[in-house]
Write a new protein. Structure first.
Length: 303
């Protein structure tokens, strides 16, 4: 299979960086429209056909929509967006209005995927939310339904839900909670699709130890181990992180955001690489028990 064909099925461009300054290691900030369009162009030229965004990612949807219009790809691209439901408004009405607003900003007639952005919204599916979501599918506004989760327990709960076909989870060479909970195996068994985000742990895996804020000095020993593992495998840390996820979770799609077209091209190239020998097993062994305050960005000190 050609490289572009492989990437069409596995690599997804995450667009949070297009709508706001995102990630602990972000040095570029939010790109202007010209730079954002260049990133989308690089992704498309290298075979990427899926784009992940959210209403909560600043103006990411609008930026992506303008980029797709400029490139003439809005009719072919597969867009997945996420919405957060308010507690004090009519659910069915808000859903439809939110989806229609996203469609307008993106300049598309239908979403490939609509995800709930909070995992606790799983608990509302049986109380009417599921019916309202399915109506959007029946009306042709959405092709597939899903949810973004943070815990393995919620992922397992989602896999048991009828009509919810896609789940997005954080996973990387340090964070293997979902692997240990057999989420990937169960998803394959029930024919649902897993999207992996946070491959670089919001950029932490790529940071130099000297650039860590004093309040995050606790992450330094882990970063030193990552540097050592990359040297042992003969690759960069970015290559190590990407190739681990690609190799360890071969059925999953991989959502990666970039700050420049060059980073996009690098990710595409690295996706076809393979770690040497028993590197995947070594990584699993070395990072068997990582403190949650390193794994969970919500626990990191504010910048």
């Amino acid at each position: 299979m050609a490289l572009a064909d492989v990437q069409e099925f596995r690599l997804v461009l995450g667009t949070a960086q297009l709508g706001m300054a995102y990630g602990i290691a972000n040095r570029v900030g939010k790109p202007d429209q010209e730079a954002a369009t260049a990133i989308v162009r690089a992704a498309w030229q290298h075979g990427v056909r899926e784009f992940d965004t959210a209403q909560g990612y600043g103006d990411s949807e609008a930026v992506l929509g303008r980029a797709m219009a400029a490139l003439g790809i809005a009719g072919e691209a597969r867009i997945i967006t996420k919405i957060t439901l308010p507690r004090d408004r009519d659910e069915a009405q808000h859903l439809r209005q939110a989806v229609q607003a996203s469609l307008a900003r993106l300049g598309v007639g239908r979403l490939y995927g609509l995800m709930l952005h909070r995992e606790d919204e799983l608990d509302r599916l049986d109380a009417g939310l599921g019916r309202h979501l399915r109506q959007l599918v029946e009306d042709g506004l959405v092709e597939r339904l899903g949810i973004s989760v943070y815990s393995a327990a919620r992922a397992r709960q989602m896999l048991a839900c009828d009509g919810i076909e896609i789940v997005q989870i954080p996973a990387n060479m340090l964070d293997r909670r979902f692997e240990q909970a057999a989420v990937f195996e169960e998803a394959a068994r029930v024919a649902k699709t897993v999207y992996v985000r946070s491959v670089y742990l919001q950029g932490l895996l790529l940071m130099a130890e000297a650039d860590l804020a004093p309040a995050m000095a606790y992450a330094a020993p882990v970063l030193r181990k990552v540097v050592a593992m990359a040297a042992e495998a003969g690759v960069s840390r970015g290559e190590l992180a990407m190739m681990f996820v690609a190799s360890a979770y071969p059925r999953a799609k991989i959502v990666v955001g970039v700050e420049t077209p060059a980073q996009m091209e690098t990710n595409v190239r690295v996706m076809e690489g393979r770690l040497p020998g028993n590197a995947v097993a070594r990584i699993r062994d070395v990072f068997r028990d990582v403190d949650e305050k390193v794994l969970n960005p919500s626990l990191w000190p504010a910048p």
